[in-house]
Design a protein around this ligand. Structure first.
Ligand code: KG4
Ligand code: ZN
Length: 361
């Protein structure tokens, strides 16, 4: 690297409107700013992200968020070398809002534009935070994603497996809803689970005996519903302790499945990964983290969990992926389309599942 690169990143593929400025200098990468404006309150009453509402909110807010990111970074557009924008996969209306703004800015300023795959943004984050060397294993676990990726290079990803139905975050959210807990469900279920007995309910560990590292979480949610209904039929309702025990049993099942499949994914990687990195909101769960860390360190693979604000959706990861692309000699381009689906690994079969947050790669 002989020169400093400063990129503006723009992200709008789901329900976070985000912009960030990231600089790569001699001393390594530096996040100069990272603004994320969430939309939870806009979608809350509908029980899931409404694509039309998300797209409109992105269109209305992006300008302001980009301005805030530039101001917070203390730079103007004159000091930006290139723009990186999420071009998919995601809710297409939102992706288009970001792409149109990025195209406009790039054309007006004569700046190179780098279209970034949102999943590549997540997958390359360990290199932004820890300079992790290729190849490493990445487990994306959020409300919209769940897959194991072997990251071999800036644009070389092998998808080893993933969910065939719901993403784990989605299962946490549905569990919370079934038990009358607030959204997003993950933190609420985790708090209840901490006070519960994980052994009281025997929840299934779906696909545990199947080869490979594909996963399924929708049956778990059905099992939880049955257990709840059985309690209601028996006693006319569920007690606070019942709820805690249900949460603990559910969380233990998710954590165990993720840990077991992580061990499989490490075996399947072929070459020894330099690390197991996690990303996504579900990676905030302490029980899950502990089991994942145990599964990877047991076989001598270091465990890496970047700070949560960089694990969940943000634009710093998009700016960083743009820097990685330019540094690797990949050409910026205005010639691209926004894509609702965009698998990182074209050779692996398409995922069957499609969750509440829209199409997944
Ligand atoms: O990565 P993220 O912020 O957004 C996307 O899905 O893209 O992940 C949000 C998901 C939600 O489903 C939320 O319930 C889950 O992550 N989550 C958790 C925890 N914190 C957030 N799941 C389990 N335990 C947690 N502590
Ligand atoms: Zn994401």
């Amino acid at each position: 690297m002989d020169r400093t690169l400063t990129l503006l990143g723009i992200e709008s593929s789901c329900d976070d409107t985000a912009a960030a400025v990231v600089r790569l200098g001699q001393a390594g990468p530096e996040i100069l700013s990272s603004q994320v404006l969430g939309q939870t309150t806009l979608h809350e009453v509908f029980g899931g992200v409404v694509p039309e509402i998300a797209a409109r909110a992105h269109a209305e807010r992006l300008d302001g968020v980009v301005e805030e990111a530039l101001t917070a970074a203390g730079v103007t557009l004159d000091q930006i070398d290139a723009i990186a924008v999420t071009a998919g996969p995601g809710l297409i209306g939102g992706v288009l809002s970001g792409v149109m703004l990025a195209r406009g800015l790039a054309a007006a300023r004569g700046l190179p534009l780098v279209p970034v795959n949102h999943l590549a943004g997540h997958a390359l984050t360990p290199r932004l935070t820890d300079g992790t060397a290729f190849p490493y294993l990445m487990l994306l676990v959020s409300g919209g994603h769940c897959q194991f990726l072997l990251v071999q290079g800036v644009d070389r990803f092998v998808r080893l497996g993933g969910t065939i139905d719901d993403a784990p975050g989605e299962a946490f959210d549905k569990t919370a809803k079934l038990l009358g807990l607030p959204q997003p469900g993950g933190p609420a279920v985790e708090a209840e689970a901490a006070l519960g007995d994980a052994k009281r309910f025997a929840f299934p560990r779906p696909l545990m005996d199947r080869d490979g590292c594909d996963m399924s979480f929708s049956g778990l949610k059905t099992a939880l519903l049955r257990a709840r209904d059985a309690l209601v039929a028996e006693k006319g309702g569920i007690t606070v302790q019942d709820r805690r025990d249900l949460c603990a049993g559910f969380q233990a099942a998710v954590a165990e499945v993720l840990a077991k499949k992580t061990s499989r994914a490490i075996d399947m990687a072929g070459e020894r990964p330099t690390a197991l990195a996690v990303a996504g909101g579900v990676a905030a769960n302490r029980t899950i983290r502990t089991l994942l860390e145990a599964a990877s360190t047991r076989v001598g693979v270091p465990f890496l969990a970047p700070p949560l604000r960089l694990c969940t959706d943000n634009a710093a990861m998009i700016a960083w992926a743009g820097i990685e692309h330019l540094r690797a000699g990949l050409s910026p381009t205005m010639d691209f389309v926004a894509r609702p689906r965009w698998p990182l690994d074209d050779r692996s079969p398409a995922l069957l599942g499609s969750g509440k947050k829209g199409a997944k790669a």
